[in-house]
Design a protein around this ligand. Structure first.
Ligand SMILES: Cc1cc2nc3c(=O)[nH]c(=O)nc-3n(C[C@H](O)[C@H](O)[C@H](O)COP(=O)(O)OP(=O)(O)OC[C@H]3O[C@@H](n4cnc5c(N)ncnc54)[C@H](O)[C@@H]3O)c2cc1C
Length: 418
């Protein structure tokens, strides 16, 4: 039995805490914020085994010109960010090749399958069933042309045995009768599930962690020192603790947090917004819907619609700019009868993205008894429970059930651009 500290109580940290405690370790979570209240609070709620295509794929290079020079709802950027993080962006773009996309897809299929199954168990154990619906994920295409442009995604789904159904206009209208607009094609992922409230799910998982005798410290981890085979932890409230092992699950804060220990993590932030709207009529759409041409995602929760935006490439601390989400909402109001905006300010979260769009899950390269679990970008709700299993297997020196090399934290070591 080991005494383990998990830093950060987002969905990734909470799942890691549960997995470790269920294997008989003493586990403490530390966070200055409430569990699940940061990036994990406002996401679209999709848990899937089908998000295999990373953002920096070959299609990105083809559409680069229009992304940079035409204002798109799916993508916005800060010029200053692009200038100051130019090398990060070039490295990100260098990963937009077929070989990396295929490698990433295979690794993600294994991780997401492991994770989806693990979430299903956690949902049962934590009595979260009322927060979950199925099928959870639907992609809609207005035109045949845009569907055809996604043929490479279909190929990847087929290669990796993802279950899906292609829907025609009639089938889409039958599944979602509330839509005011006709869509030409849809891809329905029947195995995926959707969570009505990601915060509620985090809270239920956290309650389970506490019920299993986990400890929560409401404080910020300030400094870590490795002394005599143990980690000494100093917090912002000037408290000191000692642990055998540390897991860093600090999401978008991981770059700054680990710089103090001498790590230069190639991480940036794909920011995203959400708003809630009331509707003129009662609407109950089951899956979360991705409007592919529109570049936004929406779902209905009771009588409310939650809309989440695409990517804003910007600094973590930059002030919010609601233009992107407002534009998406304008487009959605032509599809659904939106009424009042219920969120006075848009919620803003920062997807933590490593330059190759793969999370870091595994052993830190410069320190003993230090483990990384962050960088889950667009899919951290989906991948959280599986990544927790990997970390626990690594700490216990167990045989891996999937190939974890693509997630190895030391994969950038000794490279020219480090
Ligand atoms: C608009 C949007 C939509 C999304 N939709 C989906 C979706 O449908 N499905 C999906 O799978 N994913 C989705 N995601 C991605 C997902 O939300 C993230 O990948 C995930 O929430 C990351 O979780 P995390 O635990 O790593 O980070 P966080 O939830 O941010 O948790 C990190 C925690 O670390 C804490 N912390 C930081 N520094 C310290 C410190 N020094 N000491 C102690 N604690 C510290 C923070 O307070 C925070 O609580 C979406 C993201 C966005 C923005």
């Amino acid at each position: 039995m080991k005494d383990i500290l998990v830093i950060g109580s987002g969905i990734v940290g909470i799942c890691t805490g549960i997995e470790l405690i269920e294997r008989g370790h003493l586990v403490t979570l530390i966070d200055p914020n409430d569990p699940g209240s940061q990036t994990s609070y406002g996401n679209a709620g999709v848990i899937t085994d089908s998000s295999l295509i990373i953002i920096n794929n070959p299609q990105l290079l083809k559409s680069l010109f229009s992304l940079v020079f035409k204002k798109k709802t799916a993508f916005r950027y800060s010029k200053l960010f692009v200038i100051l993080r130019f090398f990060w962006i070039i490295r990100f773009l260098l990963f937009s090749n077929q070989k990396h996309m295929e490698k990433a897809a295979k690794a993600y299929k294994d991780l997401q399958t492991l994770s989806l199954n693990s979430h299903k168990e956690l949902i049962k154990k934590t009595h979260s069933k009322s927060n979950v619906l199925k099928p959870g994920w639907l992609k809609l295409f207005k035109t045949e042309e845009s569907f055809k442009k996604h043929s490479s995604e279909i190929e990847i789904l087929n290669k990796n045995n993802v279950e899906y159904t292609v829907l025609n206009t009639f089938e889409i209208a039958e599944l979602v009768p509330e839509l005011n607009v006709k869509f030409s094609k849809g891809i329905l992922f029947k195995n995926s599930i959707r969570v009505n409230s990601p915060l509620e799910l985090s809270k239920k998982y956290f309650e389970y962690f506490i019920k299993k005798k986990g400890t929560f410290i409401n404080d910020k981890c300030h400094n870590l020192k490795y002394i005599s085979s143990q980690w000494n932890v100093l917090t912002e409230k000037n408290k000191e603790y000692k642990f055998d092992e540390i897991v860093v699950s600090t999401g978008p804060w991981s770059k700054s947090f680990l710089s103090n220990l001498g790590y230069n993590i190639p991480l940036a932030w794909e920011r995203g917004y959400h708003h809630h709207f009331s509707t003129k009529n009662k609407i109950s759409i089951i899956p979360v819907i991705h409007d592919v041409e529109g570049g936004f995602v929406y779902s209905s929760i009771g009588n409310e619609i939650r809309i989440t935006s695409g990517v804003e490439l910007n600094f973590f601390e930059a002030s919010p700019n609601e233009n992107q989400i407002d534009e998406a909402a304008k487009k959605l109001s032509k599809i659904l009868p939106l009424d009042k905006k219920l969120t006075p300010k848009a919620w803003l979260g920062s997807r933590p993205t490593i330059v190759d769009s793969m999370p870091m899950i595994g052993m830190a390269s410069k320190h003993k008894q230090l483990w990384f679990n962050f960088g889950h970008n667009h899919i951290g709700l989906s991948t959280s429970a599986g990544s927790a299993k990997i970390i626990a297997d690594l700490i216990e020196k167990k045989k891996m059930t999937i190939n974890i090399l693509p997630f190895c934290p030391s994969r950038f070591d000794f490279k020219i651009f480090k």
